[in-house]
Every structure is written in structure tokens, then in C-alpha cells.
Design a protein around this ligand. Structure first.
Ligand SMILES: C[S@@+](CC[C@H](N)C(=O)[O-])C[C@H]1O[C@@H](n2cnc3c(N)ncnc32)[C@H](O)[C@@H]1O
Length: 230
């Protein structure tokens, strides 16, 4: 099952209505708020922002509280999740069904780009990084949140990893039809880059990394990158 199928299947609804609803107040919204705060530290007055892999708009909702006048475009590959975003924002935002490797957006048209649990899902991470660079203008900011791979695990990492795996394991038992999609999540983390490897890629592709924050022993991290002007 490829990621596109996963998020266009019934898993999308299960993710949003169960996994996300339980995990957001516990810890994920803290990471998302740090992402929005970090982005706005380096891009104080964005006029156009894209939430790439927006899903139902969890980052956009926090962002619009801070900058209600900014034009927000939600991009996602999942019709179901974009529909949920539409139900929540209505005319306060825009919606484009698109792949994170090919944005149907003009070059140099964005001030700010959010990618929350997004880059890891790209079948070609380098293309996603290049698309981000193409679409940002000036010293545009790219704010990324993800589960990066952790090579050296502290006691804190191992404890949090066990808690996270138990939570997801429980979801596999409760929702047997989504077992494969949940297993994909763990596989994708193991296949993904470490934060240090991702930083190296960003720097090679024309970004300066301005801030990295690790949460729960590095289970999740935010990375704020600024497009380097040539
Ligand atoms: C775990 S959800 C995260 C949603 C949201 N950013 C959040 O923080 O709740 C991952 C999202 O990435 C989207 N996605 C996965 N692969 C994608 C791709 N190649 N291009 C665009 N969106 C993708 C999925 O449809 C899903 O909405």
C-alpha cells in the first residue's frame, strides 16, 4: 500500500477522528504550536502561506489564530482530508489537491511554507525540497515538523518511543482494517533521515537552517529553514 492510497482510504478518517483527536491535546499540538511560533519568528508578516500535506488543517488552524489576514493555501494529496479542511475553514482558506513533489504554484510566490508530517511521506524527498525552494520567494521560510529517524537513543527517547508504539499498537487492535497503514508509519520513520542528514540536504539545496527543536527525546523535531538568496 503506498502512502497516497493510505491517505485516500478509510484510514484518513481514522487518523483525523481518532489518532489525531487523542494525540493532539496530549502532545502533538504542542509541537505544532512550536512550529508556528518558530516560523513566525523568522517570517513576521507573511502575506501568502501554504500548508503542504495540510490534512484536515491542524497546523493552519493554529496559524490563522496568529495571522488571520494571511492568505492560507492547503495542499494535500487526500481528497477526504482536504474536504475536512474545507469544512473547518470554509472561505477563510484555499484548497489544492496536489502531491508534495509538484506544487501547482508559481515560482517565488510564497512567504511561508509549513510541512507537518509531510516530507517523510514523500516518495522523492529531494524533489520535495527543490519544490519548496522553487515556490518560496526572497528569504522565504520553510517550517518542517516530522518524526525523524533517531540513531542514538537516550533513555528519554526509548521511553517515549515505547509509549508511542503502545498507543499505535492499541490502534492496530481497535482498528484492524487500518493495521497496514499504522505499520507503514513505523516503517517510514525507519526509512527516513535523521535531523542531521536532513539539515545537510537542506543546506546543499539552498537553505540556511535557523532553528531545530527536539521533542520527547527526539521522537519529533521541528526544523525552521530560510531560503538562501542568490
Ligand atoms: C500524518 S498527516 C499530517 C496532516 C497535518 N499536516 C497534521 O499535522 O495533522 C500526513 C498528510 O500528508 C498527506 N500526504 C502524504 N503524502 C503526500 C504527498 N506525496 N503529497 C501531498 N500530501 C501528502 C496525507 O494525505 C496526510 O494528509
Amino acid at each position: 500500500m503506498v502512502v497516497k492510497e493510505i491517505f485516500n482510504s478509510s484510514f484518513a478518517t481514522y487518523y483525523e477522528k481518532v489518532i489525531n483527536r487523542l494525540s493532539s491535546p496530549l502532545y502533538v499540538n504542542r509541537w505544532r504550536r512550536a512550529l508556528v511560533r518558530g516560523a513566525l519568528t523568522f517570517c513576521k508578516d507573511p502575506k501568502v502561506a501554504v500548508d503542504c500535506c495540510s490534512g484536515a488543517g491542524n497546523v493552519g488552524a493554529l496559524f490563522l489564530k496568529e495571522r488571520p489576514d494571511c492568505k492560507l493555501i492547503n495542499c494535500d494529496i487526500s481528497k477526504r482530508l482536504l474536504q475536512m479542511a474545507k469544512e473547518s475553514f470554509g472561505k477563510r482558506a484555499y484548497y489544492i489537491r496536489s502531491d508534495n513533489r509538484f506544487f501547482p504554484l508559481k515560482g517565488k510566490s510564497l512567504d511561508l511554507l509549513f510541512s507537518s508530517f509531510c516530507v517523510r511521506n514523500s516518495p522523492q524527498i529531494e524533489l520535495t525540497v527543490r519544490e519548496a525552494k522553487r515556490c518560496l520567494r526572497g528569504k522565504g521560510v520553510w517550517a518542517i515538523l516530522d518524526f525523524f529517524k533517531v540513531k542514538e537513543k537516550s533513555l528519554c527517547t526509548l521511553t517515549n518511543e515505547t509509549l508511542f508504539k503502545s498507543f499505535m499498537g492499541l490502534n492496530k487492535l481497535v482498528s484492524k482494517e487500518n493495521k497496514r497503514a499504522i505499520e507503514y508509519l513505523f516503517e517510514s520513520i525507519e526509512r527516513f533521515m535523521t535531523v542531521a542528514e536532513f539539515k545537510e540536504l537542506l543546506e546543499k539545496e539552498g537553505f540556511e537552517v535557523a532553528e531545530v527543536k527536539n521533542f520527547m527525546g527526539g521522537i519529533a523535531s521541528t526544523v525552521i529553514a530560510i531560503k538562501r538568496e542568490v
